[in-house]
Design a protein around this ligand. Sequence first.
Ligand SMILES: [Zn+2]
Ligand SMILES: [Zn+2]
Length: 81
Amino acid sequence: MADFCNQCAHELGLPEGDLCYVRKDPDGKPMVLTPGEGWMELCEGCGPCVVDSEGNCLSLHCDKRHGEVHYELGTKAQNQT
Ligand SMILES: [Zn+2]
Ligand SMILES: [Zn+2]
């Protein structure tokens, strides 16, 4: 089975990726991360990557460097303080 992050899924024309809420807590509820945190997953499109709880790739080091967008947002936020 191939799993894709949201960005790679969109490139393929799919509505959403397969890594959305992949982790469940012991009660079977989807686990939600705080913004900026992520889980290590393997995306078939961009390789080993870090995705947030909605399946968006955050990784600066995946094959497609998806995380650069998030990184720039974070940098801008810090500069405003
Ligand atoms: Zn991907
Ligand atoms: Zn990626």
